[in-house]
Design a protein around this ligand. Structure first.
Ligand SMILES: [Zn+2]
Length: 423
């Protein structure tokens, strides 16, 4: 038994993913100060009753600026091109206040579902200019009590073909942009697009996160060019590609080669199940392809992968509650994950996205920020299987959420409740 007395707070009987038996977690000054069984101290106590404690979910890829637009959509396109065109038309009218309000709604839902870290892609081009960026910067500041938000600025509608975009991107990178994204498939010169994004990344010393290979045609790909540039710039471990649905269309031998290439170059892959499943394979008349890259298999072969939200309630994805646990459960189901792989599926929304984002202080470990999320289950495997509620959430040791357990009014138990004691 330890004799620490300097904790501000202590979480008792916590199951962590690295401990087979419950431990106590002592928090001091907003950081985890001790993890041991039966900590002795005078601090305020929360008994989590053998439930699973996580350091929160990590969403590497979400578009806060174009979330929650269903009420403004005119048609039901169901295609990637249609979704881009529809949002392109709408965003001319986006104001800072409008983006802020929709983004705040999504952040609050994410926090209530246990997300503590997030990379949001922010569109920068002459139609939206820096209005979306200004709104997201304000959200980062105003919600810092609940979530660490990282801004990835990117040209959704192309770079070389969209005059004025590069200048705006540079302005954003000078003024708070932390990562640069790219979208070569919307550019008339994808090769030059990739080249220029890497140039800007090096100039500002920021990581890179592309939207890439977002279709099911295995006859061509931009992946090799991204891997080549990653190696040329010595950017191993600093580059991610989102969607990469083409990988799901490769036969095993070619998939093996592609996986080895990604692992060798240190390029990470983010799978976006809600969008990938909604937009891919729509032309099939039967036996529709899933269009989902099997991330946990790539992980087994050395590629860092994450599962993320991408879009909510807009033409790209007309679904969403901002729950990453639900997304991991959804992924596990569609990806045919076996029970023995459920822990690996939970890794895709926790430890692995933290690695993708190069977060050095994530995890239930002494010295890290006391980001502590309590799930109403006892293991990572059961978290994927059961989709438990997030009951409590703390950010830097401060409580940010509580979800009360629902009460069922069973008639027999109601009767028992009013039976006098002693009967
Ligand atoms: Zn995206």
């Amino acid at each position: 038994m330890s004799t620490h007395t300097s904790f501000d707070q202590i979480f008792r009987n916590a199951m962590t993913r690295s401990s087979p038996t419950p431990v106590d977690i002592g928090v001091s000054g907003g950081r985890i100060a001790a993890i041991e069984p039966h900590l002795a101290c005078e601090a305020a106590e929360i008994d989590v009753g053998g439930r699973l404690v996580l350091p929160g979910f990590v969403d590497t890829h979400i578009h806060l600026d174009k979330a929650c637009l269903l009420g403004r959509c005119r048609h039901d396109h169901g295609s990637l091109g249609g979704a881009i065109a529809e949002v392109s038309a709408m965003k001319r009218d986006f104001t800072v206040e409008d983006v802020y309000a929709r983004g705040a709604h999504v952040i609050e839902r994410s926090v209530l579902h246990g997300t503590t870290r997030m990379r949001t892609h922010v569109e920068i081009d002459p139609r939206i200019a820096l209005r979306g960026f200004e709104a997201i910067k304000a959200l980062k500041r105003d919600y810092a009590w609940a979530i660490d938000l990282s801004l990835c600025v990117f040209p959704q509608e192309g770079l070389t073909n969209d005059p004025g975009t590069e200048e705006l991107l540079i302005e954003a990178l000078r003024d708070g942009g932390e990562v640069i994204g790219g979208c070569p498939y919307t550019d008339t010169d994808p090769q030059m697009h990739i080249e220029k994004i890497f140039d800007l990344a090096q100039q500002f010393d920021v990581d890179v996160d592309f939207h890439l290979d977002f279709d099911l045609d295995p006859s061509w790909s931009h992946m090799e060019e991204v891997c080549r540039q990653t190696e040329r710039r010595n950017y191993n471990g600093r580059v991610a590609i989102g969607h990469a649905t083409k990988l799901s269309a490769l036969p095993p031998e070619r998939l093996k080669q592609a996986t080895e290439r990604l692992a060798q170059a240190g390029v990470a892959v983010t799978v976006l199940p809600a969008t990938d499943l909604y937009l891919m394979g729509r032309n099939a008349t039967h036996n529709s392809p899933r269009g989902l890259t099997i991330a946990h298999k790539l992980v087994e072969n050395g590629v860092v992968c994450s599962v993320a939200t991408n879009n909510l309630l807009n033409p790209f994805t007309p679904f969403g509650d901002a729950s990453l646990l639900r997304m991991a459960n959804f992924y596990a189901n569609v990806a045919h994950a076996g029970i023995s792989e459920f822990e690996a599926c939970l890794d895709l929304v926790t430890d692995l996205p933290a690695r993708l984002m190069n977060l050095g202080d994530y995890g239930i470990s002494v010295g890290n920020p006391a980001d502590i999320v309590v799930l109403d289950t006892d293991s990572g495997r059961n978290a994927i299987a059961e989709l438990p509620d997030v009951l409590l959430g703390f950010k830097n040791g401060r409580q940010v959420l509580e979800r009360r357990r629902p009460v069922l009014f069973h008639p027999d138990k109601m009767l028992l409740a009013v039976v006098p004691a002693g009967r």
